[in-house]
Design a protein around this ligand. Structure first.
Ligand code: SF4
Length: 446
């Protein structure tokens, strides 16, 4: 099917999207994909084979910026071996368009955030000679749909974006500058995207945004939307990501109790626990508020918590670090993302005096990581012999990658399960037998 259509439509060009960064970018890449398909481009299996290689970039922290630059440079080398156009989009493109145009001659087109849904039109306008009408090459709509669906990865989950932008103004964060002010997606559009994802085979939907609890500026509106999505036939799990740790998130926790399709998973980035540091970051909360919020969330049966911390923020003292260590030991979050502060040009924190140097920030990250690994070891030990509801994400060489409902796709831990009969997307229960630092081994129980 693939080669016959490609032969028939030899004038039809193909695209490949490389996505960097977080699941929010994954959701944006899906919008780009849709727009490129609508304009008649077809997907390619690899960047090397594609006529248009799009890179959806990230510049959240220094290491993300470095990864983006490396990826563009590597893509530039592939391009030299193929007749290809290289298109750079997303946060890095929004932030450094002039620099990319000036210093990266291998890049043919640059556009930033907020235009993902018009990617096809933008590229067509720029390179009209590369676009043909499917009707002109005698390819039926059905053939095209079959061809496209043969590329669809059999992932049983989808990321659905409910809003973009952010009004919180955390002093270390460049996102509001890159993504603009907070704006909701219309409720019907979110519902429709979810419906399409489920029809295409997703059993799980992960709600993403920069600030999910700000949706509709009203927790009840968000609850209504989430309840409506969980009524979609065939949807088994609805997972909420990026819940800012404030009163709105606290109000949302009831829903975890009342709606059994909501995954027992609280993803809420606190960034620090010292009130002084939080104020300097222009964030709300405190040690006791976060402890109580997470305590309330833990009343939901088997719920696990993911949070994140930035260490080495300007003005952070040894006492602040101790407070973080105490918090880890007391609250025991199952999952923790740790970052060493790196000043971002264009942010308020970027102008602060760097009184914690890079080496010291890295030492503090390690200190907290080690404390968390100790906590995690006990958590892992307590999981052994227990069974959890789980979903099969993928299968390779007789080993299934299984994910407990307590784990988010592409972010959290995997359970490796030997199999001869499981199917991708299958839902059942997994029993945990052993663990390594993060991942686990287990057996399928039903
Ligand atoms: S809540 Fe803060 S860290 Fe998150 S996107 Fe908004 S400004 Fe950035």
């Amino acid at each position: 099917m693939k080669s016959s259509l490609k032969e028939k439509a030899s004038a039809t060009k193909s695209f490949y999207i490389t996505t960097l960064g977080c699941p929010k970018n994954t959701a944006d890449s899906l919008h780009m994909e849709k727009s490129l398909l609508e304009e008649g481009l077809i997907p390619s299996l690899s960047p090397e084979e594609s006529d248009f290689h799009l890179i959806n970039t990230c510049t959240f922290i220094q290491s993300a910026t470095e990864e983006t630059i490396d990826t563009i440079l590597t893509a530039g080398k592939i391009k030299r071996q193929a007749e290809q156009k290289l298109v750079v989009v997303g946060c890095f493109a929004e932030r450094y368009p002039k620099e990319i145009r000036g210093d990266m001659p291998e890049v043919d087109l640059v556009f930033g955030t907020g235009r993902y849904s018009q990617a096809g039109k933008i590229i067509k306008e720029q390179f009209p000679q590369d676009f043909v009408n499917f009707a002109d090459v005698n390819v039926s709509l059905m053939e095209r749909d079959n061809f496209i669906s043969s590329f669809n990865s059999p992932k049983p989950y989808a990321f659905i974006k409910v809003s973009d932008g952010c009004n919180r103004g955390c002093h270390f964060c460049i996102i509001p500058k890159l993504r603009g002010e907070f704006r909701d997606q219309p409720e019907d559009k979110i519902y429709e995207d979810s419906l399409i994802a489920v029809r295409r085979g997703s059993k799980e939907i992960c709600i993403v945004s920069q600030d999910t609890v700000f949706y509709g500026r009203d927790t009840d509106k968000l609850k209504d939307l989430l309840n409506r999505i969980t009524e979609i036939d065939g949807l088994e799990i609805l997972r909420l990501l990026y819940l800012y740790p404030d009163k709105k998130t606290e109000k949302l926790i009831d829903l975890f109790q009342s709606n059994k399709k909501i995954a027992p998973y609280l993803e809420s980035p606190i960034q620090h626990v010292s009130e002084r540091v939080l104020k300097s970051m222009n964030r709300t909360g405190s040690y006791s508020f976060f402890r109580d919020l997470f305590g309330k969330a833990r009343q939901v049966k088997d719920l696990e918590i993911r949070t994140s911390l930035i260490m080495g923020y300007p003005g952070e003292t040894a006492d602040d670090v101790d407070e973080v260590l105490r918090f880890i030991e007391e609250v025991k979050p199952e999952k923790l993302a740790l970052f060493a502060f790196s000043p971002q040009e264009g942010t308020k924190a970027g102008e602060l005096k760097m009184d914690v140097n890079k080496k010291e920030a890295a030492r503090r990250v390690n200190l907290v990581r080690n404390a968390h690994l100790k906590v995690l070891k006990d958590i892992h030990l307590s999981r052994i012999g227990k069974t959890y509801p789980a979903i099969v994400d993928s299968i390779e060489n007789g080993i299934a990658e299984v994910r407990r409902f307590q784990d988010a796709p592409e972010i959290d831990e995997t359970v490796y399960v030997p199999t001869t009969s499981l199917q991708v997307g299958q839902i059942g229960r997994v029993k945990i037998n052993s663990f390594s630092e993060y991942d686990m081994d287990g057996v399928w129980e039903s």
